[in-house]
Design a protein. Structure first.
Length: 300
């Protein structure tokens, strides 16, 4: 156990060194790893299978910061623009000028694209709209989303909806739109203002609970998949998607089964394509067709 811990620490030190922005030759990196040049190349191959893009330029090696593994970590721990805006609004509503609050404000403004949100009036609007939506959900009332900005049609329109579920940290919500007769996901930040009307829900039987899969995609429709994973794929699945643990079962000493539902094939296909030799699809012809089309496009 101690041997594995020391080895992983060396691997971590190697990864950090190859990401520090400086030029490093093979012997220098082998010294960081505490091993021979030959074994260093084996480690590079292993890192490549894990999603690290190793770049070799002249006599130097480094890890591409845009490597799939690093991008997946970034997507898992970073806030989305809407999440950062919502958090910023909550902080601003405290009206505190303490050093820690001011520092947090500056960090959010600096590291996230908050140009559309840092205006005090906009933040108050988002906070007020969230409170009105929450009230409408509690009292089961219809609302009008005045001046809702659509990213698809690039237009503003009023939407009459029955809001029934917040998603995540209340940046998004699910609602039944009366005109289209569909359940849709709306963003609070895109609403001009919310008006609660004195009309109770009359389409509650059409409301559908949204399902969020282990890859953090949300929708109403689900697709059942079953995969056989090698030990490498199993460990990477747990590292990258910890919520998958309740859907994994041991088949034998070298294989694990992933048995779960997904709302689309985007997340799982990215995982499979990066580990195609370590993953076997047991169930879902739809997933096989999706992957086939992706591979065909990649080959064009």
């Amino acid at each position: 156990m101690e041997h594995n811990s020391a080895r992983f620490q060396k691997w971590f030190e190697l990864i950090l060194t190859m990401l520090d922005g400086h030029n490093h030759r093979v012997m220098e990196l082998a010294e960081v790893l505490g091993t021979s040049r030959r074994n260093f190349y084996y480690v590079l191959d292993a890192l490549g299978t894990m999603g690290f893009h190793i770049v070799h330029e002249d006599k130097y090696y480094y890890i591409d910061p845009q490597s799939p593994f690093l991008q997946r970590i970034s997507q898992s721990v970073n806030l989305s623009e809407d999440e950062a805006a919502y958090l910023y609004g909550l902080i601003d509503s405290t009206h505190s000028d303490s050093a820690s609050v001011c520092l947090l404000r500056r960090k959010l403004e600096r590291f996230y694209n908050l140009q559309n949100y840092t205006n005090a009036n906009k933040l108050k609007q988002i906070t007020a709209n969230t409170a009105l939506l929450s009230e409408a959900m509690t009292n089961r009332r219809v609302v009008i989303l005045h001046g809702y900005s659509s990213p698809h049609s690039h237009s503003l329109s009023d939407r009459v909806v029955e809001p029934y579920l917040f998603i995540g940290n209340k940046a998004d919500f699910r609602a039944y739109e009366i005109k289209s007769k569909q359940n849709k996901t709306f963003k609070v930040a895109r609403i001009g203002h919310v008006e609660i009307v004195d009309t109770p829900w009359f389409n509650e039987n059409h409301h559908r609970q949204v399902y969020t899969d282990i890859f953090m995609f949300s929708d109403e429709e689900r697709y059942h998949i079953k995969l056989r994973l090698s030990l490498l794929a199993y460990h990477l699945m747990l590292e990258e998607f910890p919520q998958s643990t309740s859907f994994l079962s041991n088949e034998d000493e070298n294989h694990w089964l992933l048995d779960t539902d997904v709302v689309n094939y985007i997340g799982i296909s990215r995982f499979i394509l990066g580990l195609f030799e370590d993953v076997e699809i047991i169930e879902d012809d739809g997933l096989r067709s999706f992957l086939k089309s992706k591979i065909e496009k990649m080959s064009m």
